[in-house]
Design a protein around this ligand. Structure first.
Ligand SMILES: [Fe+2]
Ligand SMILES: [Fe+2]
Length: 242
């Protein structure tokens, strides 16, 4: 598990996040498929159900999210948060595009529906920015464990490079969202909700995609430990300097 609490990004304000995202955008991943070898049917069945679900989950126009952001800004100021979040939505759409490009290479059709994505979207829209960010960051912490497992479970240099980029970007996203949660002044009850949400979501994701996690070296215990460890760090960041 990466220690995110020591990163210099934990001290970023929203203007610094805008420059981080705009710089990161200049170095987008170009996926190299020249070293790919044919993937067996067994391995396709192993990886693509979860890749299709995550591809759907990563992509969104962010309309509802940006409405919550603008509501928040109207009440609390911090106009630069709007730009930072727009860059964030753009980066998430790049993630979706990487996975789509990989699926296209292996002629895998995108998912029209994903139960996981549906649940996350409903939870996010529950009550404004706080639930949006709480749910988003929960998904991003589980994504860290997922992309780590996915990068190890089959031989595919292109997939490995995508996962490496995802891990790099998602770590920053967790720090970014934790910064916002810090500003939203979460209380003990909110933290309890975060813990329950992480536990329930992790169990759900494990049930759906445990084969990928197991092929990537996780068992249920280490999977939960990893997710809860990231949550502990995010709660720490959301509570620091109060
Ligand atoms: Fe993402
Ligand atoms: Fe993310």
């Amino acid at each position: 598990m990466v220690n995110i609490t020591k990163s210099k990004m934990t001290r970023f304000n929203y203007n610094q996040w805008v420059s981080y995202f705009s710089q990161n955008d200049l170095h987008r991943l170009k996926i190299n498929f020249s070293n790919e070898q044919e993937i067996s049917e067994k391995n396709k069945n192993l990886i693509f159900p979860s890749i299709r679900a995550f591809q759907k989950g990563e992509g969104s126009d962010g309309r509802y999210l940006m409405r919550s952001v603008d509501d928040y800004i109207n009440k609390n100021g911090q106009k630069e948060y709007h730009d930072a979040m727009q860059w964030f939505v753009k980066e998430e759409n790049c993630h979706s595009a990487y996975l789509k490009e990989y699926m296209d290479f292996y002629k895998i059709k995108p998912a029209k529906h994903s139960a996981l994505d549906f649940i996350f979207r409903k939870l996010r829209q529950f009550s404004g920015l706080k639930s949006e960010i709480t749910t988003l960051v929960t998904a991003e912490m589980i994504a860290l464990t997922y992309y780590d497992a996915l990068s190890k479970c089959i031989y595919s240099p292109a997939l490995k490079s995508i996962c490496k980029q995802m891990l790099h970007d998602e770590l920053a996203h967790i720090i970014f969202q934790s910064h916002t949660l810090n500003r939203l002044n979460l209380n003990k009850f909110d933290n309890l909700i975060r813990i329950i949400l992480m536990e329930v979501t992790s169990v759900f994701v494990w049930c759906a995609f445990h084969k990928v996690f197991m092929a990537g070296g996780y068992d249920f215990g280490s999977f939960m430990k990893e997710n809860m460890g990231y949550l502990r760090q995010s709660i720490f960041l959301a509570e620091s300097n109060k």
